[in-house]
Design a protein around this ligand. Structure first.
Ligand code: P1T
Length: 379
């Protein structure tokens, strides 16, 4: 079955009790049992809920995975994976990650004596060199937030397998429509479903998809034991979102490509980061491991913080907001917004400078978006 069909049908068969074509929102915290030890598969909604289960099943199929597990946010999903580790263990992570993920590694899990070593994510050899006998997990995002760099999943997956270390890929930026990390050798995929999967900026959620039964059993235990699960309505919103993921991603990409080309030619722009541009240093890798380049762009403006501030405050269609992946276009200043908590030297090393702007290109009319940016750049 092809991606578009799976997104609409897998896990979403007509409701067995009523025939409802669309998966109902089972807005209940608990399930009445027929007798002691006799129930219809559900007991309590933290442990399991039919609307959430439909979403978990659908997401597993979209990532070509056997198992899916959903969470109340992307960070709740990440937290649950990190609970597989023990005090003294180490994580080797790509250096360019969502600021909240870095905050979780540096300021929460470090308190439990779990150390994260960040490496330049562009070269797989850097992951290999940083591995020690204590390394239990390799963590990466690709494309990265906000620099749009790539990590070679297949090569890093080979290193992880050889060293018997788990590899987790945050696939939020590409979405499963453009990239399927499990097929490239990752052990786990994590998503902020808040983004492209939900697709409408109206829900916060997360997911983990994987193939290994033992790791699945452990994470499922932690999902219930820790309790960072999404409610039925939030699960339903993401389920509705993924039905149109394929058509949305095509338009996000079409718009982003044209916006990136426009920005690259503009005299006020110093540098554009978009994996679909031939000028991107990892363009060949992008073509190899992704089936499309996505809707995220970042760029450096010629000029100082004030010039940058003026641009992000002048767009009318691009809303100045955190988050990404919704149908509407957003503009973000990583230095003071999404990546504000990243230590200064870490930001400097990555190039998260004061004149860096990030765009989540929506699915509005292409020319309207370009005109909006043109006006803001000339303001
Ligand atoms: O916000 P939440 O659903 O908890 O997801 C966290 C997260 C995880 N991974 C990536 C790649 C992300 O981009 C995010 C959240 N990012 C933003 C809010 C942002 O504006 O970049």
């Amino acid at each position: 079955m092809e991606f578009e069909t799976k997104a609409i049908h897998i896990g979403q068969e007509p409701d067995p009790t009523t025939g409802a074509t669309i998966t109902p929102i089972y807005q209940t915290s608990t399930f009445t049992q027929d007798g002691l030890g006799k129930h219809k598969g559900y007991e309590y909604s933290r442990t399991g809920n039919p609307t959430r289960f439909a979403l978990e099943t659908a997401l597993a199929s979209l990532e070509n995975g056997k198992y899916g597990l959903c969470f109340a946010s992307g960070l709740a999903a990440t937290t649950t994976i990190l609970c597989l580790l023990k005090s003294g263990d180490e994580i080797v992570a790509g250096d360019d990650l969502y600021g909240g993920t870095i905050r979780l590694f540096n300021r929460v899990f470090s308190n439990f004596n779990i150390k994260t070593i960040y490496v330049d994510c562009k070269d797989p050899k850097n992951f290999e060199s940083a591995i020690t006998p204590k390394t239990k997990l390799i963590w990466l995002e690709t494309p990265t937030n906000p620099m749009l760099r790539l990590c070679d999943i297949k090569s890093i997956g080979g290193i992880a397998k050889q060293k018997k270390i788990m590899l987790c890929v945050d696939n939020t930026f590409a979405s499963p429509y453009f990239q399927q990390p499990l097929d490239l050798g990752a052990d786990m995929v994590v998503h902020s479903t808040t983004k492209y999967l939900g697709g409408h900026s109206d829900v916060v959620g997360g997911a983990i998809i994987l193939n290994d039964k033992d790791i699945y059993e452990k994470i499922k235990f932690y999902q219930n034991a820790i309790g960072g699960t999404p409610g039925p309505f939030d699960s339903w919103l993401v389920l509705r979102g993924i039905k149109t993921l394929a058509v949305r991603m095509k338009k996000h990409e079409e718009n982003a490509m044209k916006v990136a080309e426009f920005l690259e030619k503009h005299p006020k722009i110093k540098k554009v980061n978009y994996p679909g541009l031939k000028s991107h240093p990892q363009y060949e890798l992008a073509k190899k491991q992704m089936s499309g380049f996505g809707g995220m762009i970042s760029f450096e403006v010629n000029g100082d913080k004030e010039a940058t501030k003026k641009i992000v405050e002048s767009t009318e269609l691009f809303a100045l907001a955190e988050s990404l992946g919704g149908v509407e276009s957003l503009i973000n200043h990583p230095f003071t917004m999404t990546h504000v908590g990243v230590p200064a030297e870490h930001k400097a090393r990555l190039g998260i400078v004061e004149n860096l702007i990030r765009l989540s290109v929506g699915i509005e009319d292409t020319n309207d978006l370009i005109n909006d940016l043109k006006k803001a750049l000339e303001s």
